[in-house]
Design a protein around this ligand. Structure first.
Ligand code: ZN
Length: 524
C-alpha cells in the first residue's frame, strides 16, 4: 500500500475533480481524497509529492508503435548542414558491423545548399549500405553499396509514380523520388522480432517522459507479435490497444477474435481500414477538386458499400471498426457505411460498438453532426491542425472552417480521442494539447489568435481527449484515463499545473515522474 499526499491531483472524474491524496495497492487506486486520507491505512508507505500536479497517465489514441520505436534507432538526419548530417552518419558507420545497413531519416535538401548524392556517402561508407529517408518520406538517399545490392543502375527504368534521379550520363545520383524509394527500401532487412521488441522497450521511457502511459497502436502483425513478446516477459509497461489491419479481418473472423479481448496491458481494439490517402500528396477523397487542380478530387480506396461489407463481417464477431478518412468525401462515405452498420447492429441485436473515424480532417457541413448522431468516435490529432494549416489553406481554401474542427465535434456531442499519428508527428501529448488550446505552432505562427481560433479547446477538453476520451475509445473508461477508486494506478507528476499556467508553458511540459501499475517507472 502506497499513499501519495500533498499533491494537486486532477482526477478527470466529474464526481471529484480535485484531490490531494491518493492510495494505491496492487497497481490500482483504492482511495482518492483530501488530507483526511493522509493518515489512513496504518501500514502504508507515505510519499510527499511536494505540491506537484498529478494527472492520469496520458494515452495517445493513434500511434504507430513499431515505426516510432524503429525511427528512434535511426540516425537523425534533420541537420542545418549536409556536413553535419554526414558527420553523424560517419560516427554510426564506424560502429557498424560488416554489411550492416545504416539507416536514417529526416533530411531535407531545402535546408541544405544542394541535393545530397550517393558520392557524399560513398566517401564515409564505401562498404556498408546506407539508406536515408527524407523528412517528407517522398524521397530517399542511398549510397552506391545500397544501390548495388538493390541492383539499381543506369539501366533501371523509373517505376510507376516514381523517379530515379540521374546525372547527365543517366546514372543514378543516389536520390530516389516517390515510388522509386521502394527499389532500395525493399532490400532493407526487416528487424528480427527480438530486435523489434527491444526497440519498443527502449521507446517506453521516452514515452513516459512525455507523459504517456498508454497507446492505441496502428501497426500490424510484427508489432502485435513484439508486443506479445514484451508482455509475456513482463517488459510491457504501457497500456496498449492493438488494432487489426482489415487485410486480416478474415483471419480474425475465423478465429473469433473480439474487440476488448486481452488484459489491462494489451487488448484488441478495432479493425482498421483506409478510405482514402492524405492531404500532402492530394490523394484524400474530396467532393470538390483541390484548389488550383481543377481535375483532382483525390480518390476513394473503398466505397461505402465495400466498407459496410467489412464492417458487417466484423460486427458479426464483435469487432469494432476504425477507418482512416481525411477528405470530406471519404468521411461522408464512412458515415454512410456506419449508418448502415448501426441499422444492421439493431436489426441483428448486436452490441453497438464504439466505431471510430481516424483523422476526420475535413467534413462537409452536412456531415459535421453525424459522428455524434451515429455515436462514432472522432479520433483526431490536434497537432495536425497546425502542422497542416498552410497546406490546408492552399489546397482546401474556403473549406477549412470544417478542417481539423475539434470543437465542432465536441459541440455536436461526439466522443473524441486524441493522438499524434507518430512517427508522422512527435508523440508528445503536450504538443497536441498546446495545439488544441492555442491553434498555434511552436514558433508562434500563424500569430497570437491561432489558426481558425473558433476551434480552440479549453485545457479541460484537450486533456480529456488524451485521457477519458482515449480510454472510452478503448472500452477502458473505468480503468484508464481517470484517477478514481478501481482505476489503474497510472499517473504522471508535473512541475507546473497546465490548468493554471500560461498556455505557452504547456508545450514544454514533461513528466517529472511516471507511475505505471503503482510503480514509479520513471523518476527524476
Ligand atoms: Zn496512422
Amino acid at each position: 500500500m502506497k499513499i501519495l499526499y500533498n499533491a494537486r491531483i486532477y482526477t478527470l472524474d466529474q464526481v471529484r475533480p480535485l484531490a490531494s491524496v491518493i492510495a494505491i495497492e496492487h497497481g490500482e487506486i483504492v482511495a482518492v481524497g483530501g488530507d483526511e486520507l493522509r493518515s489512513a491505512f496504518e501500514r502504508a508507505d507515505r510519499q510527499d509529492l511536494q505540491g506537484y500536479t498529478v494527472l492520469p497517465g496520458l494515452t495517445d489514441a493513434h500511434l504507430h508503435l513499431q515505426h516510432y520505436s524503429l525511427s528512434l534507432q535511426k540516425i537523425d538526419c534533420e541537420t542545418d548542414t549536409l556536413e553535419e548530417c554526414l558527420q553523424r552518419i560517419k560516427e554510426r558507420v564506424q560502429k557498424a558491423t560488416a554489411g550492416e545497413w545504416i539507416l536514417g531519416h529526416g533530411w531535407n535538401q531545402n535546408s541544405w545548399s544542394r541535393w545530397p548524392a550517393a558520392s557524399d556517402l560513398d566517401r564515409i561508407s564505401p562498404n556498408n549500405p546506407v539508406y536515408l529517408t527524407a523528412k517528407s518520406l517522398h524521397a530517399a538517399w542511398a549510397n552506391t553499396a545500397a544501390l548495388k545490392l538493390a541492383e539499381v543502375g543506369a539501366g533501371t527504368p523509373d517505376p510507376k509514380d516514381g523517379q530515379v534521379q540521374r546525372n547527365a550520363k543517366g546514372e543514378p545520383t543516389g536520390i530516389l523520388l516517390e515510388n522509386a524509394v521502394t527499389l532500395v527500401s525493399n532490400f532493407v532487412p526487416e528487424p528480427s522480432l527480438a530486435a523489434l521488441a527491444d526497440a519498443m522497450e527502449k521507446a517506453q521511457p521516452i514515452l513516459w517522459k512525455m507523459g504517456l502511459t498508454g497507446v492505441h497502436d496502428f501497426d500490424k502483425r510484427e508489432s502485435f507479435l513484439a508486443l506479445q513478446e514484451l508482455h509475456a516477459q513482463h517488459r510491457l509497461k504501457l497500456r496498449v490497444t492493438k488494432n487489426i489491419p482489415v487485410e486480416l479481418l478474415d483471419s480474425a473472423f475465423k478465429l473469433g477474435l473480439r474487440t476488448g479481448f486481452g488484459d489491462d496491458w494489451l487488448r484488441i481494439g478495432s479493425v482498421k481500414a483506409f478510405m482514402d490517402g492524405a492531404l500532402g500528396p492530394r490523394t484524400a477523397a474530396m467532393f470538390q477538386p483541390y484548389f488550383s487542380e481543377s481535375e483532382n478530387k483525390g480518390s476513394l480506396l473503398l466505397d461505402g458499400e465495400q466498407l459496410f461489407e467489412f464492417a458487417r463481417q466484423a460486427a458479426d464477431v464483435g469487432l469494432g471498426m476504425t477507418v482512416h478518412a481525411i477528405g470530406d468525401r471519404a468521411n461522408h462515405e464512412v458515415l454512410n457505411a456506419y449508418e448502415q452498420l448501426r441499422a444492421y447492429e439493431t436489426e441483428k441485436g448486436l452490441p453497438h460498438l464504439r466505431h471510430r473515424i481516424e483523422h476526420v480532417q475535413l467534413l462537409h457541413p452536412d456531415d459535421a453532426p453525424r459522428l455524434a448522431k451515429l455515436d462514432v468516435i472522432a479520433s483526431m490529432q490536434p497537432v495536425h491542425a497546425t502542422s497542416d494549416m498552410l497546406m490546408a489553406d492552399k489546397y482546401w481554401g474556403d473549406r477549412t472552417p470544417l478542417a481539423y474542427a475539434l470543437k465542432t465535434q465536441l459541440d455536436a456531442g461526439a466522443h473524441v480521442a486524441f493522438g499524434s499519428d507518430a512517427p508522422v508527428e512527435s508523440p508528445n501529448p503536450f504538443r497536441g494539447i498546446y495545439a488544441a488550446v492555442t491553434r498555434r505552432r511552436l514558433d508562434g505562427s500563424p500569430g497570437p489568435a491561432g489558426w481558425h481560433p473558433e476551434q480552440k479547446l479549453s485545457m479541460q477538453q484537450a486533456v480529456e481527449g488524451f485521457t477519458t476520451g482515449a480510454a472510452y475509445a478503448a472500452y477502458a473508461e473505468n480503468r484508464q484515463g481517470c484517477l478514481t477508486k478501481g482505476a489503474l494506478a497510472d499517473l504522471i507528476l508535473l512541475e507546473k499545473d497546465p490548468f493554471s499556467c500560461d498556455p505557452e508553458e504547456v508545450k514544454d511540459l514533461q513528466s517529472s515522474a511516471t507511475m505505471v501499475a503503482g510503480e514509479w517507472v520513471l523518476e527524476n
